[in-house]
Design a protein around this ligand. Structure first.
Ligand SMILES: Nc1nc2c(ncn2[C@@H]2O[C@H](COP(=O)(O)OP(=O)(O)OP(=O)(O)O)[C@@H](O)[C@H]2O)c(=O)[nH]1
Ligand SMILES: [Mg+2]
Length: 196
């Protein structure tokens, strides 16, 4: 059963002044375009239609806020790393993200979504730096692990743990399609949100 039966879409922000009120606690989901962010949000909230899943990478250029319970939110940050995005769009993304990570008091942790077939990228490392600089925690989901065999998934898990050798970062394998690692991700989120 869903831990958050009343989860609902709250608001979208394209500009800094449109962010949801900064109170309570929230967890941000970030990752490359097409890494499986929206699918992961749907899996951990057990609501298949909550965050839109697109086959066209980079479509989500908004910060989308979802309310899990009063004063408890999930945030779907716009994806990055999509080659066809114009420079002007990329700069706007950068400004909005820097603003978000700088000001957000209610942010308790970052769930970083990384396609397990690609591994941790440069921009992923920057996201981790931003959140660690604010003394927040991070949890990496190596998504789409159903696409890898046992040996390769264990290798990418080990390599990612080595690359994220900071006490505030944890890493796990995840597959929304294979229903793998959903409980583990939910436990981390519940702990961060103080819901357990
Ligand atoms: N095999 C497999 N495919 C997945 C999994 N999770 C997501 N996908 C697929 O990956 C594609 C992108 O998923 P999204 O959830 O839309 O990714 P996103 O990161 O939200 O993408 P943007 O919002 O466009 O940046 C879709 O075609 C999904 O069906 C998974 O666990 N396994
Ligand atoms: Mg998405």
């Amino acid at each position: 059963m869903s831990m958050y039966p009343h989860v609902k879409f709250l608001t979208s922000a394209a500009e800094a002044h449109q962010l949801a009120p900064d109170s309570g606690r929230e967890i941000a989901f970030a990752g490359r375009s097409n890494s499986g962010k929206s699918t992961a949000i749907n899996a951990v909230t057990q609501r298949s239609g909550l965050a839109r899943v697109s086959r066209t990478p980079g479509r989500t250029q908004l910060i989308n806020f979802f309310e899990l319970a009063p004063e408890r939110r999930l945030v779907d940050l716009p994806g990055y790393g999509f080659a066809k995005v114009p420079e002007r769009v990329r700069l706007k993304w950068l400004q909005l993200m820097e603003h978000y990570f700088n000001v957000r008091e209610s942010l308790v942790g970052l769930i970083l979504i990384v396609d397990s077939r690609r591994g941790l990228g440069e921009q992923d490392a920057v996201m981790l730096e931003w959140v660690l600089a604010r003394d927040r925690q991070a949890h990496v989901l190596l998504t789409k692990s159903d696409k890898l065999n046992q040996r390769d998934s264990q290798r990418v898990l080990r390599e990612t743990k080595e690359a994220c050798a900071d006490a505030a970062v944890t890493v796990q394998l995840f597959s929304a399609h294979g229903k793998k690692g959903i409980d583990e991700a939910q436990r981390v989120m519940d702990k961060w949100l103080d819901a357990a």
